[in-house]
Design a protein around this ligand. Structure first.
Ligand code: EPU
Length: 433
């Protein structure tokens, strides 16, 4: 078992390079199933969610060849549904994209219900509604999703999403690319990774239009061909380093970003008094010695991302006065607050609203990462806290951040990975012995 140990109080200074976008990569890799040729993907992030999806494709019979640590060639021409690795599928949220991809490719799919971070109930009813509208029959039984395209091939159709859902929008897009007709998705999500998936599919010969707006049209084509595609930089990783720079009163140049994707984060940071300046494909963040309290609500893009909410809570613990955060996407995304309280944070949570009493110095403590972004928030808290913080359950962080420890150490942070005994395993072995 490993944990992070951080000695806080060092302002971050220097430059950091942002990796490829996790939430684009985890859709594009399953979508490679629809391609009749070799897909070369560049700028893939080196994170465990990507490793897991590549392993799933290998189990299905794909040839997966790493060209270098951030480029991979995927050839799915020999894939079959015989050896589906259900245990792996269950561990990862993005395995729901395999339903759309298998339906497009084989006209049928069997996967497990998806896993992923626990923010309360995370249904897939909009995926089912959309896939049904474009020609599939779906059934959820005993933890599995069974899907069959009526007549053996997706037909296309019209879908109105009752909720703006990133996953449902992308899943329907993937399932529709090889359909025997046209698909229209209304009330579609508009996140940068939706545009990236559409660009990937189009570069392989698909006909997807309107991605980035709330109405996406997909004209089905007979086949997709191989090609090379470069994944966009990760908006949330970039935002996390922006907040880490602000929280430690540091000065960090964040490179390989698309500043337009960061506007929702930059705007709120500027309200706190943090300096953010953009140039080309980088942003420079300079922390302020005194920060203002703010209010914010998480919303679908271009609103403030829910995946930046825990990190922003930490920053607002350091601002003067009372800030209010309203979670607009998930029912239960404030579980990490208990961990932050161990470090001296003064936060009250009422349903989807957190009231943050700022101006208290955080102090180091042993804490746990309760999910991916909560883990990133704990790291930021540790970086600006007085004394030593130890963070357990870092496997959550490694699902979505490439080499966070190395990148932070380059910026002057005192953070390291430490092995520690797994007490539960040790107790079990004593009992067995
Ligand atoms: N929802 C439904 N029914 C559905 C689908 C979604 O009610 O069929 C609800 C969800 O419960 C949630 C809201 O709609 O309340 C939005 O969910 P969405 O479908 O947009 O989320 P997702 O596709 O499951 C992706 C990211 C999450 C990110 C959200 C929102 C992936 C693999 N995950 O999840 O990323 O929080 O979009 O932007 O792309 C993360 O990276 O840490 C992460 C959790």
């Amino acid at each position: 078992m490993e944990k992070y140990v951080i000695n806080g109080g060092h302002p971050l200074k220097g430059e950091v390079e942002i990796s490829g976008a996790k939430n684009a990569a985890v859709a594009i890799i399953p979508a490679a199933l629809t391609v009749n040729g070799i897909c070369r993907l560049e700028n893939i992030p080196q994170i465990s969610d990507v490793d897991m999806l590549l392993t799933i494709l290998r189990h299905l019979g794909a040839k997966v060849r790493m060209i270098n640590p951030s480029a991979v060639e995927i050839d799915c021409r020999q894939v079959s549904l015989r050896d589906s690795p259900y245990d792996l599928m269950r561990k990862i949220r993005a395995s729901y994209y395999l339903i759309g991809a298998m339906l497009a490719r084989f006209g049928k799919a069997k996967t497990t219900m998806p896993g992923g971070c626990n923010f309360g109930v995370r249904p897939i009813d909009q995926h089912i509604k959309g896939l049904t509208a474009i020609g599939a029959d779906l059934d959820v039984r005993n933890g599995f999703v069974f899907a069959d395209a009526r007549g053996g091939r997706m037909s296309g159709g019209r879908v109105y999403l009752d909720k703006v859902s990133v996953g449902a929008t992308m899943n329907i897009m993937i399932a529709a690319v090889l359909a025997n007709g046209k698909t229209v998705i209304e009330n579609a999500a508009r996140e940068p990774h939706i545009v990236d998936l559409a660009n990937f599919l189009n570069s392989m010969g698909a006909d997807v239009r309107g991605a980035g707006t709330d109405c996406i049209k997909v004209n089905g084509v007979e086949r997709l061909h191989g090609g090379t595609y470069t994944i966009i930089p990760d908006q949330i990783e970039a935002g996390t380093y922006m907040i880490a720079a602000a929280a430690t009163q540091g000065e960090v140049l964040i490179k390989n970003v698309i500043p337009k994707h960061l506007e929702c984060i930059s705007a709120k940071l500027r309200e706190t008094g943090t300096e953010v300046s953009e140039s080309g494909d980088s942003v420079l963040v300079r922390g302020a010695s005194k920060m203002n309290h703010i209010s914010l609500k998480t919303l679908p893009y271009p609103g403030f991302p829910t995946d930046m909410q825990p990190q922003m809570s930490v920053l607002l613990c350091l601002a003067d006065g009372t800030s209010v955060i309203t979670e607009g996407i998930y029912d239960n995304r404030f579980k990490y607050v208990n961990e932050l309280r161990r470090m001296g944070a003064c936060i009250e949570v009422d349903g989807r609203v957190a009231i943050i009493e700022g101006g208290h110095r955080l102090t180091g403590a042993p804490v746990a990462a309760c999910d991916l972004r909560a883990g990133a928030a704990m790291v930021i808290a540790g970086l600006c806290a007085q004394g030593r913080t130890e963070i357990e359950d870092i496997h959550y962080i490694e699902r979505g951040y490439q080499d966070m420890v190395g990148k932070l150490r380059n910026l002057g942070a005192d953070i390291r990975i430490v092995e520690y005994p797994d007490m539960e395993a040790a107790e079990e072995s004593l009992e067995i012995g």
